[in-house]
Structure formats: structure tokens, C-alpha cells
Design a protein around this ligand. Structure first.
Ligand code: GLU
Length: 230
């Protein structure tokens, strides 16, 4: 973490950190980047050791499942929703196993929370989720959150983890949301395709022009969201 970021985080008590699938994988192979995961978890444990409440929102279930099953791109596209859900069921368990192992190495306890749109729009469910988060954080546990892709069909899908992390931030009354991404931030255009795209450091007020700059593309075949959502 750079010293600027450390300074900014100093006074924050409850922090939500979101990491996307493309930031967890090696670009060339789609396999997990264990070094990145290890560094991420170590930083989270360090924040926890400073007495802060930490919540991780992580993607990667579909990506990890896809690799575990040995699915190629065509097979994934052909099967669409059902296949994605099957991949998520396999991948979510594997992903948690990896997180649990590294959190345990740093002496922290992690919990899994899987959410759907129903968790938020249904008042009763929302209250339950709020209570669970609150109890876990009181107990010093680090909640690890993802969308429940295995059952999230069209009607109850949140859709992307950028949105999910914003929902979790509101639900838990966190005072900081950090979106870790494979891109530095907002550019006037997609810098992967336009070399003249300029970086915009701070957006004070969101305008229609800013919204046009953000693209939907994610640079990943398994992630969703993109700069548009951010
Ligand atoms: N929930 C999906 C997964 O874990 C990813 C959603 C997203 O990338 O925003 O694979």
C-alpha cells in the first residue's frame, strides 16, 4: 500500500474492499494469481490488526469453477446461465478454501456471505443480513461476500460485484469502499483501445459526459461491471 493510501485509510473504521475476477487471475492463462491473493489477504489482515472492521467482496467463483471443470470458452457460451451457475457452485467453494487457508495463516477468521437481490429488496431478508454482518464484525470476523451466482437467476440477480460492494457498504454503514481493479481509474476513453485516453484523477460531480467515458467492457470473459458501473 502506498503511503498516500495509508494516510487516507487511517481514520476509517469500517472498510469494504472489492476485488474483481480479472484482478485475481493471470491474464495469459486465466489461472489464479496466488501472489496477488496472498498480498490482498495480508493487507486485509493488517487492517484488521489495526482494529478496523474489514469486509471483502470478491468475484472469481465462475472463473475458478470454469478452470476446475476444464471448460473452454465455447462450451461456456453455449451453456450460458446453467453452465455459469454450475461453474460458480464449484468455484465458490474452491475460492473460499483458498481464502480461508491464507486468512488462517495470518490468524484471522473469515466467513462466507452469499447474497442475491432478494437479500436487499425483501425487508425481512435485509434485516437478517444486516444482523449477520453486524454480529460477524463484532466478533472480529472478516466477511467474504459474493453474489449467490448458483441461484441468482434473472429475477433476483444483482448483476455485478461493483454494485454488490456498494450495497454491502450501505448495509453495513461502512465509511470507505475500495474497488480494486485492473485499471487505474476513470479515463476519457478505454485506454486499452485508445492510446490518447487521458486519466481523470478526481470526479467531484458526476456528469453525463463522465458517464459516456466509462465503458461497459471489463477486459475479462468472466467478470462483469466495468468502468461504467464504477
Ligand atoms: N459473482 C461473479 C463471480 O464470482 C462475478 C461478478 C462480477 O465480476 O462482478 O464469478
Amino acid at each position: 500500500m502506498t503511503s498516500d493510501i495509508r494516510e487516507f485509510i487511517k481514520d476509517k473504521k469500517r472498510i469494504v474492499i472489492k476485488i474483481g475476477s480479472s484482478s485475481l487471475q493471470h491474464k495469459e492463462t486465466g489461472d489464479l494469481d496466488y501472489t496477488k491473493i496472498e498480498v490482498l489477504v495480508r493487507e486485509l489482515c493488517n487492517l484488521r490488526n489495526q482494529g478496523k472492521d474489514v469486509i471483502l467482496v470478491t468475484s472469481g467463483a465462475i472463473a475458478v469453477g470454469k478452470k476446475a471443470i476444464g471448460l473452454n470458452k465455447l462450451e461456456q457460451e453455449k451453456g450460458h446461465l446453467g453452465i455459469k451457475q454450475a461453474c460458480a457452485a464449484v468455484g465458490q467453494a474452491k475460492l473460499m478454501m483458498i481464502y480461508q487457508k491464507i486468512f488462517a495463516e495470518y490468524n484471522q477468521v473469515a466467513a462466507q456471505i452469499l447474497m442475491t437481490k432478494d437479500t436487499i429488496v425483501n425487508e425481512f431478508n435485509r434485516e437478517n443480513a444486516e444482523n449477520t454482518f453486524s454480529e460477524l464484525l463484532n466478533l472480529g470476523v472478516i466477511p467474504v461476500v459474493n453474489e449467490n451466482d448458483t441461484v441468482a437467476t434473472y429475477e433476483i440477480v444483482i448483476g455485478d460485484n461493483d454494485t454488490l460492494s456498494a450495497i454491502v457498504t450501505g448495509l453495513t454503514g461502512a465509511d470507505l469502499l475500495i474497488l480494486l481493479s485492473d485499471i487505474d481509474g476513470l479515463y476519457t476513453d478505454d485506454p486499452r483501445t485508445n492510446p490518447n485516453a487521458e486519466f481523470i484523477e478526481v470526479v467531484e460531480h458526476l456528469t453525463e459526459e463522465h458517464l459516456q467515458m466509462g465503458k461497459k467492457s471489463t477486459g475479462s470473459s468472466v467478470g462483469t461491471g466495468g468502468m461504467n458501473t464504477k
